[in-house]
Write a protein that binds this ligand. Structure first.
Ligand code: ATP
Length: 333
């Protein structure tokens, strides 16, 4: 079914997606998605965040027609994904986490091949490859083997390949993981331009909260197959009133005693522990901190550092998933 072009909600939207994977060999089945819904505003970046196993990849696989939902509906680029998967595939770009390029071909050859696979004539493929090489500042390296590219150049080529068919909707799965700060910032600029100038609608999954904060107009946080929070990064942060108080103890062994001491104070409260770090909330962090330091010192607990900060996306994530984003991602972030 094709929706009318004017129906902006069909550019990228999911409604009650459910997906269960069979357990196999006596294991229980896994409900990867348990009613996931969201809608992206056309021409913006929607950031999909969540801990490992939350259901992000499953959502992306369903929306890119690589997998089928058990129930629910979704529209991508104006088409119902179950009724018109072929149309959806023609109108989207998908940049997976793993490179799709052949390292033993040049950048230009990789791009031309991708364009030919999309049905472009040899001439059109050549023109499109030139356009994209230029756009991603890869013209000078166009005729070098991809295996000689830096990480940032190779990732840019991956994104260029995802754009070869001029997609209306682009799926970017962790586009900057492993890139150095300079390459990340170039990628941010390009993603911002794709949404802003080219009016492309982009679904981004990322392991970096600052990336989501910077690029996404709308964030969808998923956990255990559910959407646990959504909104603009600023709206999500402003829902958290007050400040975050972060106290790092010298020893993780003191955490229980510290909690007991701090519980005697009205503020900071709602502590979440991550190793030797306690993160709490206070209406006025600057006023609450001296009291907290005082009770810890009185209990003989050594403090490594103590800080107050405005709520960050990490705090939003923590509130809704019960885990710190950094901790959930381990050393990767
Ligand atoms: N093919 C599969 N067979 C069985 N279970 C699966 C399969 N794919 C995913 N799962 C399970 O479904 C749940 C959601 O997985 P999914 O890969 O969508 O999460 P994710 O949010 O993308 O995680 P990550 O950040 O680790 O990539 C997990 O419990 C996962 O183990």
């Amino acid at each position: 079914m094709t929706a009318t072009i004017t129906d902006r909600s069909t550019v990228l939207s999911a409604r009650d997606l459910v997906k269960t994977y069979p357990g196999g060999r006596g294991k229980e089945s896994v409900t990867a998605l348990d009613g996931v819904s969201f809608t992206a505003e056309p021409g913006t970046v929607l950031g999909l965040l969540g801990p490992n196993g939350a259901g992000k990849s499953t959502t992306v696989k369903i929306l890119t027609t690589l997998s089928r939902a058990d129930s629910g509906t979704a529209y991508v680029a104006g088409h119902d994904i179950s009724a018109s998967p072929g149309e959806v595939r023609r109108l989207i770009g998908f940049v997976a986490q793993k490179p799709v390029t052949d390292p033993m071909d040049t950048g230009r050859e990789n791009l031309e091949l991708a364009a030919r696979i999309h049905g472009q004539t040899r001439r059109d493929a050549r023109l499109r490859a030139n356009e994209l090489l230029d756009r991603f500042n890869l013209t000078d390296a166009a005729d070098r083997l991809v295996r000689t590219y830096s990480g940032g150049m190779a990732r840019k080529l991956d994104v260029a390949i995802g754009l070869v068919n001029r997609p209306q909707v682009l799926f970017l799965d962790e586009p900057t993981t492993g890139l150095d700060p300079q390459a990340r910032s170039e990628m941010w600029q390009e993603v911002g331009r794709l949404a802003g100038e080219d009016q492309m609608t982009i679904l981004l999954t990322t392991h970096y909260l600052d990336e989501a904060d910077h690029l996404a107009a709308h964030l969808v946080i998923v956990d255990e197959g559910h959407v646990v929070a959504e909104g603009s990064p600023d709206a999500l942060k402003s829902e958290l009133r007050g400040d975050t108080v972060i106290i790092e103890l010298a020893s993780e062994g003191d955490v229980s005693a510290a909690r007991a001491a701090l519980d005697r104070l009205p503020e900071p409260r709602e502590f979440v522990v991550d190793g030797a770090v306690l993160r709490g909330r206070a209406d006025h962090g600057g006023r609450a901190l001296p009291g907290a330091i005082g009770v810890l010192e009185a209990a003989g607990i050594a403090i490594e550092s103590a800080t107050v900060s405005r709520p960050s996306l990490d705090d939003v994530y923590l509130k809704h998933t019960g885990r710190s984003f950094t901790a959930a991602k381990g050393d990767e972030s």
